[in-house]
Write a protein that binds this ligand. Structure first.
Ligand SMILES: NC(=O)c1ccc[n+]([C@@H]2O[C@H](COP(=O)([O-])OP(=O)(O)OC[C@H]3O[C@@H](n4cnc5c(N)ncnc54)[C@H](OP(=O)(O)O)[C@@H]3O)[C@@H](O)[C@H]2O)c1
Length: 214
């Protein structure tokens, strides 16, 4: 089923020297037993290694047919700009960052920048480590969760599905929820293919804007 699967992996922020990147990618390919990684991402920025050196190695991987697309993770807007400036042959297609109803820091600067520059935001921890899937009775933020429950009832979706769909409401964001349970993976897959109404989106934005859930 290789042709039906999009394989994304990352190189550690502590292995960003030119040869280290090549070695890490080759080791990932061996462990995954595949011939090409669809998306290869820099896990964390590392100010000790010039980004030009890292990107040169990443681009060499594309030249060699070992990687299809280049991405970054946990890059600020400034760091993303530097990576883009260093990438002369292939674009940086994605930035994998923390984003969910409780953690909306990227909305200020990074998210608009990514949208304007066709960089897909890959929202990690989109369920806030499962907190957003808990009912209000078990939530540490019951007032906001009651609004999530209301929208879930209106849309006939689960809390997790609404929380994930909220992330992808505007173009340019995808989510990578984690579950080791088949039923939840199926549930989470059904979080896309439909849309919240503008009113429902606004209701959730408001309910979670003053959230101090940790
Ligand atoms: N780039 C980075 O630096 C970075 C950092 C952190 C995370 N990530 C990536 O982001 C992905 C997801 O993030 P995450 O694991 O931190 O948090 P998450 O996806 O927000 O939450 C995962 C938790 O939610 C539970 N869950 C999943 N679906 C559910 C559902 N439908 N109903 C109820 N509970 C549900 C899971 O439990 P069960 O497994 O028991 O179902 C798990 O405890 C991972 O693949 C991770 O590798 C990347």
């Amino acid at each position: 089923m290789r042709d039906r699967v999009f394989v994304a992996t990352k190189v550690s922020g502590s292995h960003l020297g030119h040869d280290e990147v090549l070695k890490a990618a080759e080791a990932s390919l061996r462990r995954l037993d595949i011939s090409c990684i669809d998306l290869y991402q820099i896990h964390w920025p590392n100010s000790l290694v010039p980004i030009e050196e890292t990107i040169r190695a990443m681009e060499a991987l594309v030249d060699r047919g070992l990687v299809k697309y280049l991405g970054v993770s946990n890059f600020s807007t400034a760091e993303l700009r530097s990576a883009q400036a260093a990438a002369s042959k292939y674009p940086i297609v994605s930035n994998q960052v923390l984003y969910n109803l409780n953690r909306r820091e990227i909305e200020g600067d990074l998210l608009p920048y990514c949208r304007e520059n066709q960089v897909t935001v890959i929202a990690y921890t989109p369920l806030d480590s499962g907190r957003l899937a808990k009912p209000s009775a078990a939530s540490s933020n019951p007032d906001a969760t009651k609004v999530l429950e209301l929208v879930a009832a209106q849309t006939q979706k689960t809390l997790a599905q609404v929380a994930l769909n909220w992330c992808v409401f505007d173009q340019g964001v995808i989510t990578i929820p984690k579950s080791d349970k088949t039923a939840r993976v199926t549930e989470n897959c059904a979080a896309s293919g439909w849309r919240l109404s503008a009113d429902q989106k606004a209701l959730l934005d408001k309910a979670y804007s003053s959230s101090d859930d940790d």
